[in-house]
Write a protein that binds this ligand. Structure first.
Ligand code: PBG
Length: 306
């Protein structure tokens, strides 16, 4: 009878699995994210198949290039690691939606999400490189590009450039409300993208703000975003709710690396019942108003749900 009156559903079809793809020949485990590895292109194709078989409709790709430079040129190289992985995954699993995270931070030697001038991220030249990255990912076959850099004006610029290139069917997920969060720690270990100097507070949002999140989401929708994202998820459920109610747009929430690692660590110690706490967490994110959830638990959660 509880099921009959349940207000919120959680299904594999709501989840998106992140994959880290490395240019190295062999993948390796990420110590702070048990169960998640950096994958070679070949391994990522196999993992994408396992994810699809679990009923998950989409993966989001992050690249770890062989080398990094000041301009993050690996991000927009047509033979870059993510471009290569997109082609290989789409060829093997055409029905799986492939989302490309669009950012420079995994590719810049300084680890910032844009290029620097006098030690500061320079917004407009950074947007130009983000645009090049998005177009090259879409040309490689990405179904969706997801700019996560938080530069101003990038969604409109990406949309216009995709359209100019004839890539009118490529959708855009905007990381609209991306907070300057300490919960990204394990990701930065995974992607080796901790800023060398300074931090990301110049472009990522202040955790103390939520009206600003609504403004950011509205701006991105006005610039052509198809889906807006709030990130992290669990500490920002009020923001998910506000953005959903204010915009009515499809909202994604990113259950980030630190949120994953906390649950994994507690479970490994026997302090929490892992399937129960994970499914409760993901249900809470859905209840707050998220249509989609990006989570490192996607594949495992799908198995627990089946
Ligand atoms: C890149 C990006 C980050 C994450 C997703 N895209 C890292 C950051 O901003 O430092 C974090 C994801 C996670 O912690 O799981 N801009």
């Amino acid at each position: 009878m509880r099921a009959l009156v349940r207000e919120t559903t959680l299904a594999a079809g709501d989840l998106i699995q992140p994959l880290f793809v490395t240019a190295a020949e062999r993948g390796e485990e990420i110590p702070s994210m048990p169960g998640i590895s950096r994958l070679s292109v070949e391994e990522s194709v196999a993992e994408a198949g396992a994810v699809a078989a679990a009923g998950i409709p989409a993966v989001i790709l992050f690249g770890i290039p062989a080398s990094k430079d000041e301009q993050g040129s690996g991000a927009y190289a047509d033979d870059g690691i993510v471009q290569t992985a997109i082609g290989a995954i789409k060829a093997a699993h055409p029905e799986l939606i492939v989302i490309a995270d669009t950012c420079l931070c995994e590719y810049t030697s300084h680890g910032h999400c844009g290029i620097l001038r006098d030690g500061q991220v320079d917004n407009d030249p950074s947007v130009e490189l983000i645009v090049r990255t998005a177009v090259s990912q879409a040309a490689a076959g990405a179904d969706i590009v997801a700019p996560s850099d938080m530069m101003d004006g990038r969604i409109g610029a990406v949309r216009a450039a995709l359209d100019d290139a004839g890539l009118t069917d490529t959708a855009v997920i905007a990381y609209s409300a991306k907070y300057a969060s300490a919960f990204y720690g394990p990701f930065r270990e995974a992607a080796d993208s901790t800023p060398g100097e300074g931090d990301r507070r110049g472009y990522q949002m202040d955790p103390a703000n939520s009206a600003e999140a609504v403004r950011e989401a509205e701006l991105d929708l006005g610039e052509g975003a198809d889906i807006v994202m709030v990130k992290p998820a669990l500490p920002y459920l009020d923001v998910v709710r506000r953005v959903k109610e204010a915009t009515g747009a499809p909202v994604a929430a990113y259950h980030v690396s630190g949120e994953y690692s906390m649950l994994k660590a507690a479970a490994a110690n026997g302090w929490l019942d892992e399937p129960a706490t994970v499914l409760e967490t993901l249900t809470s994110i859905r209840r707050a108003g998220a249509d989609l959830i990006v989570t490192y638990y996607a594949k495992e959660a799908a198995q627990w749900l089946s």
